[in-house]
Design a binder for this molecule. Structure first.
Ligand code: ADP
Ligand code: ZN
Length: 290
């Protein structure tokens, strides 16, 4: 039996096949252009495995409709990527693959991967953020995603500007929300170069860390989770973690006693595999419960 994984991101779709042990057998990636161009590539990839394919897990950029009783369940909804607005993702896949298909956000899929196999393994409450082109967050409680009328949009929480930061924020909706202040494009707008080109000893990283610490602070007070995991391209600046711990401790100011910070605010154990492994595990769950 095989499982399929689709990480549908804003710039690329990563598709993979895994076996019962969740070992990745093959992985390919296609640029995210239009559904007419991208989807046939996705479908052709999985068709090669159709006889053994038991289920598929999809983690998609959003916003997406996750309500099973909604007429547009399985759609990408109001995304700024016009070609993908109101795209019936699950319907398109089900037409070709009438098998169980699990459907969640890209960040929830990565959160699930870390929960099952990574930094959240064995813990009951896990919150995962990605700080990349955007900021997204996913929360799991006893293996279930926390959601209500929709999936969380924790990347848009408000943050207090750092006193040395005069950047107004790049979020078109909120200006200085977390994404507007701390995602990769905000760094590039401020400094005129990409995050990966900014030296480790640049004083900017203290400002960046202060926003991530505020995110950890808000998360702690809202969920008291067992662990908070920060992934995504910007977190490749591993040296920031110490700054985040220090700024977080100052913000909490002894109000709650958290787990030891080196085990509480961490980076992903699975690195860039969190999304793929999460989708595979979600596909397995979908098959188990079908
Ligand atoms: P995406 O969010 O598009 O899925 P990533 O998580 O890789 O992809 O995030 C891409 C963003 O992260 C870009 O804005 C990029 O400049 C930034 N980035 C990538 N690597 C680094 C790095 N080593 N240090 C700081 N920023 C980085
Ligand atoms: Zn915002």
């Amino acid at each position: 039996m095989l499982y399929g994984s689709i990480e549908a991101g804003g710039t690329k779709f990563v598709c993979a096949i895994g076996d019962e042990e969740m070992t990745i057998k093959e992985r390919v990636s296609f640029p995210t252009t239009t559904p007419e161009e991208t989807m046939p590539l996705v479908i052709d990839f999985f068709k090669q495995y159709q006889t053994d394919l038991a289920g598929i897990g999809i983690g998609s950029f959003g916003p997406i409709d996750i309500h099973h009783d909604s007429a547009t369940y399985g759609y990408i909804t109001s995304t700024p990527k016009l070609a993908w607005q109101n795209f019936d993702f699950i319907g398109t896949m089900k037409k070709e693959f009438p098998i169980p298909i699990s459907w969640t956000t890209d960040v929830n899929a990565a959160a699930y991967g870390e929960y099952v196999f990574g930094s959240g393994k064995g813990l009951s409450s896990v919150v995962y953020y990605t700080i990349g082109t955007g900021v997204g967050g996913g929360a799991l409680q006893e293996g279930r995603f926390i959601e209500g009328f929709s999936h969380p949009e924790m990347g848009h929480m408000l943050v207090v500007p750092h006193p040395k930061d005069d950047f107004a924020g790049s979020c078109p909706f909120h200006g200085n929300c977390l994404e507007g202040m701390a995602a990769g494009p905000a760094i590039e707008k401020r400094l005129g170069k990409k995050g990966q080109e900014v030296a480790e000893d640049d004083p900017y990283w203290e400002i960046e860390a202060s926003y991530i610490a505020q995110c950890a602070y808000n998360t702690t007070l809202m969920f008291s989770p067992d662990v908070i995991i920060f992934g995504g391209g910007v977190m490749k600046q591993r040296h920031m973690l110490q700054n985040v711990h220090d700024a977080f401790a100052k913000l909490v100011n002894g109000y709650v006693e958290t787990p030891e910070l080196s085990k509480y605010i961490v980076t992903p154990a699975l690195e860039d595999n969190a999304g793929t492994l999460g989708c595979l595990a979600l596909a397995r769950e979908a098959v188990l419960h079908s």
